[in-house]
Each structure stands twice: as C-alpha cells, then as structure tokens.
Design a protein around this ligand. Structure first.
Ligand SMILES: [Zn+2]
Length: 443
C-alpha cells in the first residue's frame, strides 16, 4: 500500500456543504493508495499510538496553509480557446451574437490536432490555477464534429490529471442550423451523445423564434432521458427580460425527475426580469433543484450592448439564487476567443468578479465564497462521492497561499500545490527578496 502524510494544514471545513469556516487547529492528511484515509489533528502521534509504522511514509509539511478541494470550472469552451486572433474572427461590436457569427465564419478549417493543441494549452492554464474538473462545451453544429472528436480524445488522454465533462452543444442552434447537406443541429447533438458526450446542450434564445427555442428545450430533456446524460443549456443569455427558457427547462426537467442533473448556464435575462416574475420562478427552481452556471467576466463584457445608460451588468441573480438555496457555480467560459479576449483560467479572478457584481461582501459571504469554485461546482457536475475532503474519496486537493478562506479571497491568492489521487501535479513557490523586509518590517 502506498502511504503518505501531509501535515500542518488549515482546512476549509463545513465541506461538503460550505466553506464558511477554517479549522483553528492545524490538521494532518493521511493518503493511502490515492485516497483520503484520515484527516485530523496530531495524526502522526495518533498513528504511532495505534502501532502504525509510518517511518517509510513520505511527509510533506504544508506550513499552515489552506487546503481545499480542487476548483471546478463548470462552463468553458475548450474548442474555441485562442481563436480570437484568427483572420476574420475579430468581434468588433463585442456582442454575443457577433461572436457566434465570427466563429461560424471561421470554423471551417478546424482539425482535430488544432483543437487538441489549443485545448491542451487552455487546460494547462486552468490546472496551474487549481482547476481539476472542467465542463467544456463542444460545438457540434459542424457535420464533421471535429471539436467533439478532439475533446473526446483529450478527455481520455488527460483523465489522470483533469476530469473533463463534454457538452454536445449546438452553437448555431438545434433548429436554426442546417449543415451543407441539410444536417439539423438537433440530429448532430444526438450524434454527439452516441459518440460519448456527457451532457446535452442547447441555445434556445438563439433559435430563430420562440417556438423553435421551446421545441429545443423539449428535445434536450427528451435526449437526456433517452441517453441517460446530464443537461447543460446556454439559457437566456440575453438582456431580454422576456427570454424565459429557464422556466420551461426547469419545469420539463422537474417533471422528468432530472432537475439535479440539469444546469442552466448564463441566464443573464434574470438580471433584467422583474421581481414579481423572479418570485414566482424561485418556487419552481427550488422544487426542481436545477443548477446555475454563471460566467461573470464574459457576460459583464458581452451584455448591456444595446443599452446606453443605465447599462445592465449582464449577470444572473447569484446572490438571490444562493439565498434561495439554489446551487450556483462559476465558469471561465472563454479563453481568447471571439467572445472574450482576457480569460486565462484563473478562477480566483472569476470569483472576485462575482462577489463584486452580485454584491456579496458580508464577512459571512466572503468566508463562504470558495464554495462557488469547489463544492457548488461539484454539485453542478454531479461529481458525488468522487469529490471532497472525506475519507474514502480520491485524494484530490489544493494548497492555497493563505491560511483562511477570507485571506485566500482577499489576496486573490495563488495555488501553491495541486494534488490528484495523492500525486502532486505541481508546486509553486512564492518568494520575495528578503531585503524587502528591511524596507518595511511586517507588523
Ligand atoms: Zn458558453
């Protein structure tokens, strides 16, 4: 049996339901065969008292730093990464719809190797920022399904370092898209599921008319039920307060008994809808237990483009959904693609934005903020017992350059170490010139 000890860590406690407190007493972590065996104080002494010979087990002193589960990026487009500078890809209006247009016009030359190479670079950035779980959409409105094929290969090739869930996503619509030989978006989505995609996608607000948007939601739920897959729909990504597909999606998923397996991504329209409508909708969301994935930086940039002033913020009601007990997780969404040029895979930046935009800055909210990147992401992704700092589960965790959740958020701190099934993926050393302490001694 392979055994190792990580000692002297402060652990974001309250898992799996929150990150609201940090252990006051340093904790030790015993890992056996890639799984957590025990987490608690004074483990070396207690194991010795039990007669366990730990003399050959490697010991890593974590220096009192904060340990939490790995970050989950629950909304990303790996196939689009680093395409923003392609000739013809420039999105001059900065709108969602021009982004879709530019992507459509420039995607015909994709190859599997090209998609994999760009996606690998994106994943590398995400990993170095502490992400180990990614839900990526793959555009299937392409008769060759090049993005999907590439990401399916990567999902397998990289499974030891990162868990990738793939959404069979009709970027140009289930019913508004027709391929060069008349292929329908909905059929390509289904083909993606047959090939092994984890989730059914949709984009109802982009379909040509309301009826087609509604039809697409019925198709999404039908396909998820038929193939036993999760759902993740780009839903109401518009400032139009009358875009109300999240209501239909939630109701259909609720009646099919798969609300917890369903995610509504973006839902920007809830930021524009009135309170009376949201009040009514909340009851349905609570009953259905659907998840929300918010991409704050991207939607802050893309939305409000038809407004002069006042100008809307473009993000969904993160605070109100959270207070109603509805699960919300976060996503980077774009890494240098025609929609948003500055995504770099740093989920601490995504968290920083959402706390500002959603006005969630009581000390209680900040102390609990890491949940958006960790346990709430795991809930969206339906990771179940394969995630979390619990004995018996895979020994996946991060060591952050902070000693409490508040300090981690306050400092927008770096990830110093990422461990997956007991194996350290990387370590990072943050050092400053020691002469600096002479300039301004620390209080
Ligand atoms: Zn997206």
């Amino acid at each position: 049996m392979s055994t190792q000890l990580f000692t002297n860590a402060h652990i974001a406690t309250g898992m799996p339901h929150s990150t609201a407190a940090t252990t006051a007493v340093p904790q030790d972590i015993l890992v056996e065969d890639g799984r957590f065996a025990e987490i608690g104080p004074d483990l070396p002494a207690r194991l010795e008292a039990q007669g366990r010979d730990m003399s050959s087990a490697p010991v890593t002193d974590l220096g009192g730093r904060l340990v939490c589960p790995p970050f989950c990026d629950t909304h990303l487009h790996l196939d689009y990464a680093y395409t923003a500078r392609k000739p013809g890809a420039t999105n001059s209006s900065g709108t969602l719809f021009e982004g879709i247009q530019r992507w459509s016009e420039t995607k015909s030359d994709l190859s599997i190797e090209d998609v994999k190479s760009r996606a690998r670079t994106a994943i590398r950035h995400e990993l170095l920022h502490g992400v180990q779980f990614i839900r990526s959409h793959a555009d299937v409105t392409d008769p060759n399904l090049t993005s999907l094929r590439a990401l399916l290969e990567l999902r397998e090739e990289l499974k030891d370092v990162v868990t990738i869930q793939i959404v069979s996503f009709p970027q140009e619509g289930m019913y508004s898209y027709a391929g060069p030989h008349g292929e329908a978006g909905a059929d390509l989505v289904e083909e993606g599921l047959r090939m092994g995609a984890d989730c059914v996608g949709g984009i109802p607000h982009f379909e040509q008319c309301r009826e087609l948007g509604e039809r697409s939601m019925h198709t999404v739920v039908k396909l998820a039920t038929r193939y036993g897959r999760l759902i993740d729909v780009h839903c109401d990504e518009t400032d139009d307060p009358n875009s109300r597909y999240v209501e239909l999606l939630s109701s259909l998923a609720y009646r099919a008994g798969i609300g917890v397996r369903t995610t509504a991504s973006h839902t920007c329209s809830l930021g524009s809808a009135d309170n009376a409508y949201f009040f009514h909708l909340t009851e349905l969301l609570q009953a259905a237990h659907v998840n929300f994935a918010c991409a704050p930086t991207e939607n802050l940039y893309l939305q409000g483009r038809q407004d002069t002033f006042p100008k809307r913020r473009g993000i969904t009601r993160v605070k109100e959904l959270t207070e109603a007990g509805i699960n919300v997780s976060l996503g980077q969404d774009s890494m240098q693609d025609p929609w948003y040029p500055l995504g770099n895979g740093n989920m601490m930046i995504i968290l920083d934005y959402v706390l500002h935009l959603a006005q969630m800055m009581s000390f209680e909210e900040i102390d609990d903020a890491l949940k958006f990147l960790t346990v709430d992401g795991a809930t969206t992704m339906n990771l179940g017992d394969s995630y979390g700092l619990e004995p018996g589960r895979p020994a996946d965790f991060l060591v952050l350059d902070a000693s409490s959740v508040f300090d981690a958020v306050y400092e927008r701190c770096a990830v110093l170490r990422s461990v997956r099934e007991g194996r350290t993926l990387f370590t990072r050393r943050e050092t400053i010139d020691s002469a600096f302490d002479d300039l301004i001694p620390e209080a």
